[in-house]
Design a binder for this molecule. Structure first.
Ligand SMILES: O=C(O)CCC(=O)C(=O)O
Length: 341
């Protein structure tokens, strides 16, 4: 009794020393000795010794153990598919809220639209945009449409990203498509810039059943391990002011060439409504040609990084706007295009 009181007030007595704490899950995030496939680093799944790290994690981390097959497939192929990750009800609610924004005629939401010129895109208000034009991207809808949040941070995606990030999750660039993008095969590392270039994954959520001929998402399986394309001898990302146009075109051609030389299959994604595909930063992917222009191909892309890796754009934002918002426990969003909420 006295002993219990003593312990309560002053902690454990020497006589009843607690057992050594059980080792928690293995975390490798800050390992200074890690070596990666890319000279620009990566997540633990991108380490040269990822198999050994996985073997250790399997002993200490039940979340990794439960997702072992997915993680192995991600390491090998550069993407995973999570069927039925988002319910139809959630998607319908989100689409109704987006439609209400469109119908209002004065929504704060903005759209990136393709234009001809040195800058190949412009950002304009939703009510001025023709969102059915291929390559139109409705930007960061999560900032104004609350029902986007549980879709983006759905359980399957969150569990998977937490396992590969070893961290909380920061969603920082959302793109809603009504039609196929027809975007050339590219690597996100060229355009979606993070302070750690390969600390990025993206999710692609089907907002409807995708039909063949609608401009399906396509990707070279395993292309996340293509040797780095390096801009101006130093950079993973493309900067149109710094890097010659030929470097950019060269990168796009290189992705087909090297993927084909390596014998990588080019697959097309034909998901059902609610399915999600997650790709790793360097997977070569794009939008295939639209064969039937009457078809929509509604989808929501979200880019993520570990909460400890900042998107590069944060550096250029005015300090009051440099905020990441915790929208679910351990899940954050930020935006380049809108004021804070
Ligand atoms: O959905 C597509 O067609 C391509 C999307 C894409 O490449 C991207 O958002 O990076």
């Amino acid at each position: 009794m006295l002993n219990t009181l003593f312990n309560k007030l002053f902690g454990q007595s020497a006589a009843s020393k607690p057992a050594a704490p059980a080792a928690g899950p293995l975390l490798t995030r800050n390992d200074p000795n890690a070596k990666f496939h890319s000279r620009f680093g990566g997540l633990w799944v991108d380490r040269l010794d990822a198999e050994q790290v996985l073997a250790e994690k399997l002993k200490t981390d039940p979340d990794v153990a439960e997702q072992e097959a997915l993680i192995r497939s991600f390491m090998q192929n550069g993407f995973v598919i999570l069927p039925g990750a988002v319910s139809h009800e959630q998607i319908d609610r989100y689409r109704a809220e987006l439609q209400a924004q469109i119908d209002s005629g004065n929504s704060p939401i903005k759209v990136s639209v393709p234009v001809v010129g040195p800058q190949d895109k412009d950002v304009i208000p939703l009510h001025e945009a023709d969102i059915l034009t291929p390559l139109s991207k409705i930007l960061d809808t999560y900032q104004y449409i609350d029902s986007a949040i549980p879709m983006i941070f759905n359980d399957k995606v969150t569990r998977f990203l937490r396992a590969v990030f070893e961290d909380d999750i920061w969603a920082f660039q959302g793109l809603h498509f009504e039609r196929g993008s027809t975007q050339a095969v590219h690597q996100d590392t060229a355009y979606v810039v993070s302070e750690n270039p390969l600390h990025v994954c993206a999710s692609w959520l089907a907002l409807e059943d995708v039909q063949p001929g609608s401009g399906e998402l396509m990707y070279y399986v395993g292309s996340h391990r293509n040797p780095d394309w390096v801009y101006s001898e130093k950079y993973k990302h493309y900067n149109h002011e710094r890097d010659a146009h030929e470097q950019h075109m060269g990168h796009l051609e290189y992705l087909h060439k090297v993927s084909q030389e390596r014998g990588l299959p080019l697959e097309h994604f034909l998901p059902k409504k609610g399915d999600v595909l997650i790709w790793s930063a360097d997977l070569a992917h794009g939008g295939s040609q639209i064969v039937d222009p009457s078809l929509t191909r509604r989808s929501l892309v979200t880019h993520f990084s570990p909460a400890s890796s900042e998107p590069y754009y944060m550096r250029f934002k005015n300090p009051q706007e440099r905020q990441k918002r915790e929208v679910v426990p351990g899940g954050f969003t930020s935006t380049l295009y809108y004021p804070n909420r």
